[in-house]
Design a protein around this ligand. Sequence first.
Ligand SMILES: Nc1nc2c(ncn2[C@@H]2O[C@H](COP(=O)(O)OP(=O)(O)OP(=O)(O)O)[C@@H](O)[C@H]2O)c(=O)[nH]1
Ligand SMILES: [Mg+2]
Length: 362
Amino acid sequence: MKVLLLSIVEGKENPLFHQVAMEELEDLTKTAGYDIVDKVIIPIRAIDPKTYLGRGKVEELVHFYDTSHLDAIIIQQEISASQVRAIEEQTLCEVITRTELILRIFALHAQTRIAKMQVELAQLNYLLPRLVGKGKEMSRIRGGIGMRGPGEQKLEMERRLVRRRIYQISQRLEALEKGMRERRKRRRRLHHSVALVGYTNAGKSSLFNALTHAQVCVEDKLFATLDTTSRRLWLTGERGDIQVILTDTVGFIQDLPHTLVESFRSTLLETIDTDLIIHVVNSVHPAYLQQIETVRQTLSEIQADTVPHILCFNKIDLLETEQYLDLRRRFPSAYFLSAKTKENLSLLREAIYQFFVQKESS
Ligand SMILES: Nc1nc2c(ncn2[C@@H]2O[C@H](COP(=O)(O)OP(=O)(O)OP(=O)(O)O)[C@@H](O)[C@H]2O)c(=O)[nH]1
Ligand SMILES: [Mg+2]
C-alpha cells in the first residue's frame, strides 16, 4: 500500500516537535506494513473547519503527488470525520488518521481472545461518533421535512448494530475481567510481582527475556507486544532466595488514543496492579525525555502512579561514552543496562531483590 504522510503545523507551534512526531508516524506506518511515498509537514495559519488544512493546500497536494494514484494519506492530527471525507473527495484517496493507524496495528498484533475483543471494542468506540458525522451529510439527501430518507434509515440501523455489539463485547469483557481481578488478588497475596512498563520499542520484551530466559517475541516494530506474559524469576541474595512474578506489558505511546486506553483497561490493570514497576527507557531515542513523561502521564491516567518504580535506561550498548556519563549525571538513582549485551543486568536483579527484602522487613 502506497501512502503519503502528512502533518499540519498550525500557527506558532514548534516545528521541531512535529519532526519527532513525524518520525514516530513513520515507524507506525512501517509497522503497519505500508510503503511511504513521501512525508510532508504543511504549515497553516489557522485551521479550516471544512478541510482542516484548507482547500488550496489540498489542491497543491493533489497536483504535486497525483493523489488519486496513492492508496492513502495518513494524517498525524486527529481531524474530524467530515474533514476526513472532504479531503478524500478532493484527493480521491483514502485518508487515515494516526488514531486509526494505531487501531489497525493493534488489530494486526492482537493474539489472544481478550486482546482481540479489546481491539474490536476500541474500533467500534472510535467508529460510533463518526457515524454521526456521516448522518449530518446523509440527512441532506432525505426527502421532505420530517421524513427520513433511505440514507438516514440505513445509518440509524448501522448505529444500532454498532451499539449492540459494543454492549455485547463490554458484557463479555466484564465477565472475563471479574475472573482476572480475582486471580490477580490471589496472585498478589501469594507472590511478589514486578511489571516491565515503558514506551513502545524501549526493549521491555528483550529485558523480560534476558531476565527470565523466556522467548517472548522481540521486534523492531511498535506495539510488538499486546498480550502480556508472566514468568517466575528467582533472585538470590544474602537473605535467601526470593521468587517474584515478572510481567511483560503492552507499550505506551504519545497521545495514546483514549478509546484504546479505555478498552485496554483490563490488560493495563492486570499488568500494573503490581508491587513494583520497572520503567524501561530507550536511552538512545532522541525524544527519550518526552517518552518518560508520556509513560508517567499514562500511568497516572490509569491510577498506577502510586506504585513504587525503578527507572531503568536500556540499550546503553548503543550510547557514546559522553552521552552515557551525561545520563548518569542527570539520573543518579536510575539503572543503566543493556538487554542485548546483558551489561549491568545483575545490578537490576540486585535492586529488585533489595526492594522486596526491605518490603518484607517493614
Ligand atoms: N542494541 C540494543 N537493542 C535492543 C536492546 N534491547 C532491545 N533492543 C532492540 O529494540 C527493539 C525493540 O525491542 P522489544 O524488546 O521488542 O521492545 P518492547 O519495549 O517490548 O516493544 P513493544 O512490545 O513493541 O512495546 C528490538 O529490535 C530489540 O532487538 C538493547 O539493550 N540494545
Ligand atoms: Mg514488547
